[in-house]
Design a protein around this ligand. Structure first.
Ligand code: FAD
Length: 256
């Protein structure tokens, strides 16, 4: 087995390389297993590309590529599309419009090949999109959440994950009534998943599942009730997420 070389990284930061790798994997690998896309899946894909076009805080050429794929998709009037045509639209590149064909995990590297990688970067992408919708003054608190819900339901390769996520969505996603609550909803559901998976075989021993952000990342996020029970300081968590997942704070090392 050839292990790729380990890339030292800063554990307190988000890397654009992880987000672009997630886009590449999602659009060129995960979607590719659907040779014809129609019905619910087509609605899911249209929504996903539209949200990426609006909110992915990428480098200019990557944003341009997302815009041109979205324009192409809007123009398709039939009830189905062939993945191969979508792929051609995606791969229409120029010097100022491209999506790198690279998977290069940085903060999402696993200590072994089968750990982390894509699912880790999907979470980071989703958090980034909810924060970006808030920062850019979107008017619809449901837009990003419902779009990721449909993407996961139609396409996410980990099917048990999709079932778990849909269960959480059914329980409370519809009640989200502001963009701030949307950011916190995703944060708290992700922590629920972390709690469920802590200690499981799928856990990378070098990246144990914790309730996040842990006190060393955000001391102000944690507090104790008079009873001594742990409690989150939600305003601090929101402020932390808005900084952690903000485009200005991303690191651009290791990009192609
Ligand atoms: P991840 O949980 O992938 O987190 C990635 C990064 O996000 C962390 O390194 C940290 O920087 C940050 N982060 C962590 N927690 C939070 C938080 N609460 N809010 C904001 N940022 C945070 N695996 C299963 O085995 N069963 C499942 O049911 C399952 N469901 C999933 C559902 C979805 C929608 C997704 C995207 C993944 C799911 N997975 C599931 C995969 C699993 O959640 C992890 O992605 C995977 O185990 C890799 O874990 P990780 O250590 O890289 O951290």
């Amino acid at each position: 087995e050839t292990e790729e070389q380990w890339r030292p990284f800063n554990k307190t930061r988000v890397y654009m390389s992880d987000l672009e790798s997630a886009l590449h994997y999602s659009l060129r690998v995960e979607l590719a297993s659907h040779s014809v896309i129609s019905g619910e899946a087509l609605i899911a894909l249209r929504g996903y590309i539209s949200v990426l076009d609006k909110y992915f805080p990428g480098r200019p050429p990557v944003k341009n590529a997302l815009k041109s794929v979205n324009d192409w998709l809007q123009k398709q009037e039939g009830t189905s599309i062939n993945y191969s045509n979508f792929r051609d639209a995606l791969d229409t590149m120029s010097t100022d419009s491209y999506l790198p064909k690279t998977v290069r995990w940085v903060a999402c590297q696993g200590s072994k090949q089968h750990y982390r990688g894509y699912p880790c970067a999907v979470w980071m992408l989703f958090h980034t999109l909810t924060v970006q919708a808030l920062e850019t003054g979107s008017k619809d608190p449901q837009e990003v959440l419902q779009t990721m819900r449909r993407y996961v339901s139609s396409f996410f390769g980990c099917r048990p994950c999709a079932v778990h996520f849909e269960n959480m969505a059914q329980e409370s996603m519809d009640n989200v009534n502001s963009l701030r609550v949307a950011v916190l909803w995703l944060w708290s559901r992700h922590n629920r998943v972390n709690a469920r998976l802590a200690g499981e075989l799928s856990e990378d021993p070098h990246f144990p599942k914790v309730q996040w952000p842990p006190p060393d990342l955000c001391p102000a996020c944690h507090s104790l009730k008079p009873s001594g029970e742990h409690t989150w300081v939600q305003d601090e968590v929101l402020a932390f997420l808005r900084n952690y997942y903000s485009a200005q704070h991303f690191l651009h090392d290791f990009l192609s």
